[in-house]
Design a protein. Structure first.
Length: 286
């Protein structure tokens, strides 16, 4: 599949699911933004680019930190995410936060303009993270920083992996021509490969490459956690791509997931699972 197909998948297949489970997806993004916050100080008046900004929560949060003398540009390829982001920006009165509906790999960005390029769980879904990183680097000032938050290996992320294992007991893995949203959540998990991608994009200096382990929220109840895993993430993709077989096996998969996810239920009824991500900070040459 090419880049346009990935972008079509975000707009046509994933959008309703992401809107439905936004509280989980964005809530978990926030957990990791909090981890990255102290590592990348953002000064008042700074100019920040947010790549693959989704609903724009991180743009608003960074917007509050840079203040009205600064600026934030969020770039995303999914129309409905940005429509929501724009409404929330207007409600917050954050006029210095702007959004651009575009492919971050090739959109035109002002050269040498930004102090920081930020991407929370964004670039690893792009067809070519290197192209997007190269594009972002050309928009950074000399000495400007890049901050990436990307998932670590599948095996380090039981929050996603345990449901995938259940789906694979009943269904085949998605084939080569699967309708996917890109290389996928774990495509930047290997440290050496990701360091190589950064170097290929021109980021010679890496200041910080560190793992963070957090429990992430999988549902307000076991029932919601099961819905989440059968519709979103690696297990959701396996079930969707299996077509009729996926529909046939769904009751058994749901039953197994209910049993499994019940073991991760907290006393307040919520379901949480272990996850792990890299927080990476690189620097454009001065
Ligand atoms: C996992 S979501 C992360 C969203 C947000 N950063 C967050 O943490 O909540 C990945 C985002 O990347 C966007 N995306 C995927 N490919 C893209 C591309 N080529 N250009 C711009 N955005 C892209 C998707 O639309 C989606 O909003």
């Amino acid at each position: 599949m090419d880049n346009n197909e990935f972008i079509r998948c975000w707009n046509e297949i994933l959008t309703p699911k992401w809107v439905r489970f936004r509280h989980l997806l964005s809530g978990n993004g926030q957990t990791y933004s909090d981890a990255a916050r102290d590592i990348v100080p953002v000064e008042t008046g700074a100019r920040v680019l947010d790549i693959g900004c989704g609903f724009g929560e991180s743009c608003l949060e960074i917007g509050a930190r840079v203040g009205p003398t600064g600026e934030v540009l969020g770039v995303d390829c999914t129309r409905e995410f940005l429509e929501i982001a724009e409404k929330e920006r207007d409600a917050a009165g954050a006029e210095h936060v702007r959004y651009l509906l575009a492919d971050a790999q090739e959109c035109e960005l002002p050269k040498g303009h930004f102090d920081l390029a930020y991407s929370r769980f964004g670039v690893m879904f792009f067809e070519s993270a290197v192209r997007a990183l190269r594009n972002a680097r050309s928009a950074l000032k000399p000495g400007g920083r890049l901050c990436l938050i990307v998932w670590r290996a599948r095996s380090e992320n039981p929050a996603w992996n345990m449901a995938r294992d259940v789906a694979l007991e009943y269904l085949p893995p998605p084939g080569e021509s699967a309708m996917t949203c890109g290389p996928g959540p774990f495509s930047m998990a290997a440290e050496e490969t990701t360091r190589g991608m950064l170097a290929a994009a021109g980021f010679a200096q890496i200041d910080h490459f560190k793992r963070y382990d957090e429990d992430i929220w999988l549902g307000r109840s076991v029932e919601e956690a099961v819905d989440y895993q059968v519709l979103v993430g690696p297990s959701g993709e396996i079930i969707r791509e299996a077509g009729e077989l996926g529909k046939d096996k769904l009751p058994q998969i749901r039953a197994d997931l209910t049993e499994l996810l019940s073991k991760h239920q907290r006393p307040n009824g919520e379901v949480w699972g272990p996850s792990s991500a890299w927080v990476i900070v690189a620097r454009n040459a001065a």
